[in-house]
Design a protein around this ligand. Structure first.
Ligand code: HEM
Length: 155
């Protein structure tokens, strides 16, 4: 995974500073970010309320307009019915174009829900992709012991 991300950066950026035009070539980095937001969504919950009194959820739970239900996003993002038995595994290939298209509409919600959802979503992903590209271009990243700190430069 790291090797794939790094070779994408080397191919698309080389030694250049990242620019908007590079984004379309950094599809694997986009997948890495989406998979990161699946397993560890920054905003871990959002609330919803039913439009009508007496709404029954899943054939079991009757809820009313003044009930607020909390959707816990890390739980939603690990639903084995959508993500499979290996839902806990970090796998950016879950977000290839074809597989992302096939996901149910509400399976991935790191940017919130409905009219209060994130207005900066597009910008956030662009910015993060360019940042990650620059990070991989300039540093060797390893799964280090979190109790120690070490850095090394690639170039
Ligand atoms: C990875 C980065 C980001 C994540 C995961 C994220 C996530 C979210 C979430 C979950 C909400 C909904 C909060 C709620 O339910 O009340 C939200 C709202 C919002 N976000 Fe983001 N956000 C990100 C980056 C950004 C950026 C870069 C901007 C601005 C440039 C931005 C602007 C906003 C605004 C203005 C709202 C409020 C929208 C509204 O209530 O009408 N976000 N974001």
């Amino acid at each position: 995974m790291l090797a794939t991300a790094r070779s994408e950066v080397d191919r698309v950026l080389g030694d250049e500073a990242p620019r908007f035009e590079h984004l379309s070539g950094l599809g694997y980095l986009d997948q890495v970010l989406k998979e990161s937001l699946r397993l560890w969504p920054t905003a871990p919950a959002f609330g919803v309320s039913p439009r009508a009194d007496g709404t029954v959820l899943g054939g079991r739970y009757e809820v009313n307009r003044d009930d607020e239900l909390l959707v816990v996003v890390p739980g939603l993002h690990r639903d084995p019915a959508v993500w499979g038995a290996d839902a806990e595994t970090f796998d950016p290939d879950r977000f290839t174009f074809e597989r992302a298209e096939a996901l149910p509409p509400n399976a991935w919600k790191p940017f919130g829900n409905g009219q209060r959802s994130c207005i900066g979503r597009g910008f956030a992903l662009q910015e993060a992709t360019l940042f990650l590209a620059m990070l991989l271009q300039r540093f060797d990243i390893t799964a280090a012991d979190p109790t120690t700190s070490s850095r090394s430069s690639r170039r």
